[in-house]
Design a protein around this ligand. Structure first.
Ligand SMILES: [Zn+2]
Length: 275
């Protein structure tokens, strides 16, 4: 799991034309025009604008072309799955060749980001943000995770930390593996079988900061999100009401409350869904 507020990504595909790629389906328009964006760092081997993303990479993007394709699909997947409309304007994705290079870059800019595997930093303008990640085995997963954060924050004025992380954990997998392929699935099955695991949404809802979230909280948040998206229709209805309330600007009803009024014996229904 990523520990993180933000996101890091890595993606690339030098040889793919924009018209032939999933990027062409992205609705957002790039506000910078077609000109190259001024780089502030000479280390980038490649810079590429793809939809709302500006990818700066220390290595050729063709090395991560599958990730680039996934990013093209991610916004559409997220919008269709959550029935939200994302409005990204400019999301910069910085990909580093090594942890050392990543640390050197962040040390003077975002020192609190060092020691994280990837990072997402919201921008000050609506629809903007920056993602940082470095090359390692889980780079593509990290980038999808952090980009999910970035996109969610363009669709909602506020995203409670537990559901922000639960959704990022869910969408960090490639589309074909999201429902059944995440390691959290087996982890929760084992926890239910051997440790008497029970959900505790109210405890997750009480989390206010990223530092409040431990590894099991990420896993449990993923489990609740899986239930919301693949469980009974009443669960998805509760999620939709929840998002509508957040978008209204009013203080939202806790999701746990929306769920419990619709689903008697909620905890057992969640267990039965996940086991
Ligand atoms: Zn995260």
């Amino acid at each position: 799991m990523r520990d993180v507020l933000l996101t890091a990504c890595l993606i690339v595909i030098a040889a793919v034309s924009v018209n032939a790629s999933p990027w062409s389906r992205i609705k957002s328009s790039f506000t910078r025009g077609s000109g190259r964006v001024q780089a502030d760092h000479s280390q980038w081997a490649e810079e590429r604008e793809l939809g709302p993303y500006l990818i700066r990479s220390e290595f050729p993007l063709q090395d991560v072309h599958s990730l680039v394709q996934d990013l093209g699909d991610l916004q559409q997947d997220l919008e269709e799955t959550l029935r939200l409309e994302c409005q990204p304007q400019s999301i910069q994705i910085h990909l580093f060749q090594s942890k050392r290079s990543y640390d050197l870059y962040l040390r003077v800019r975002i020192p609190e980001g060092i020691n994280r595997q990837a990072l997402y930093v919201p921008g000050t303008d609506p629809g903007t943000g920056r993602i940082y990640a470095y090359r390692q085995r889980d780079l593509e997963t990290d980038v999808r995770h952090e980009t999910t954060h970035a996109l969610l924050h363009t669709a909602l004025p506020y995203v409670p930390i537990w559901i922000d992380e639960g959704l990022a954990e869910y969408f960090e997998m490639p589309g074909s593996l999201r429902e059944k392929g995440h390691s959290h699935r087996k982890e929760l099955r084992d926890a239910i079988r051997y440790q008497g695991w029970r959900p505790n949404i109210e405890k997750l809802e009480a989390k206010r900061k990223l530092l409040d979230m431990n590894g099991k909280d990420y896993r449990d948040s993923w489990g609740i999100v899986h239930f919301l998206l693949h469980g009974p229709k009443e669960a998805r209805q509760a999620l939709e009401v929840y998002f509508e309330e957040i978008q209204s600007g009013a203080r939202e009803t806790p999701l746990s409350q929306l769920l419990r009024t619709r689903i008697p014996n909620l905890d057992q229904v969640i267990i039965d869904h996940l086991k």
